[in-house]
Design a binder for this molecule. Sequence first.
Ligand code: SF4
Length: 331
Amino acid sequence: MALLEIENLSIAVRADTGLLPVVEGCSFSVEQNQTMGIVGESGCGKSLTAMAIMGLLEGTQVKVTSGSIMFDGKDLLQLSARQRRSLMGNDMSMIFQEPMTSLNPVYRVGDQIVESLRQHRTLSLSQAKSRATELLDLVKIPDPEQRMVSFPHQLSGGQRQRVMIAMALSCEPQLLIADEPTTALDVTVQREVLELMLDLQRSTGTSIILISHDLGVIAETCDVVAVMYRGRIIESAPTSELFASIQHPYTLGLLNSIPSIDSEVEWLKAIPGRVPTLQEQLHGCAFHPRCAFAKEECSHSLPPTTSVGEHHQVMCHFANELDLEPGQLDS
Ligand code: SF4
């Protein structure tokens, strides 16, 4: 049994005009010790899917309208708020893009880790302090005793994100969701933070969902990939299979937009157009206004999801028919 199984998940936001769908019919699973990547542009529904898994939509204008989220055999959508809270931190943790918004600026770093540990574990104050120092050492923060008494603004961006990783892993969760964990960091620090997460995963066996808009980051770190566009998973596959045989024009567009260090380019390549807003009524394939392969039926008929390999699925009317090669569609 997979650690996390999401079946037909739909999420909508309340608006004056009624409920506007933001995620529609998403299904995927994450195995024990697996790293899954969810990739797509802003506004594709990646973060809302993660927040639904963590139970963070409660009390907001966004709600799960259908589907199920099974975690370790429990249907999360059927649990009480108290039961969900006890899972968070203990069994599931999340780190966000900007650590400064998650760390309290007026409390010392060590006190924040100690508080998180004591909320979820029965530890004395001195045991929690000693564990917090160990955790800072584990995430390779130099001079951890000294950093325990630092305030967040006294740390670099990379160190703050390491503190968040330490807090997220403090209770050895079964699942860690990392939502754009390196986007706010310098390029050189990005790689260090990703490598740290993967090192810790290898030693703890935690499963990871890594959310990113960068297909390059996903390619380097994930075992399986789900590509999201306008609230739907439009392609999913094991990472090696996906890159060996891209089947959706949007995935190809994401791949082509990764700059190459081997060749000089005057302009970075971008997918023309933009993701449709929630207010825009969609008919047919949501990608059709931007798709170089679109045909007449794409504008009015929703494409089916088709299996094109053992674990490779694609949502396109012309699955397995398009000749999609990296570099294609270059202008
Ligand atoms: Fe492009 Fe049509 Fe496939 Fe959508 S269904 S990705 S518009 S070819």
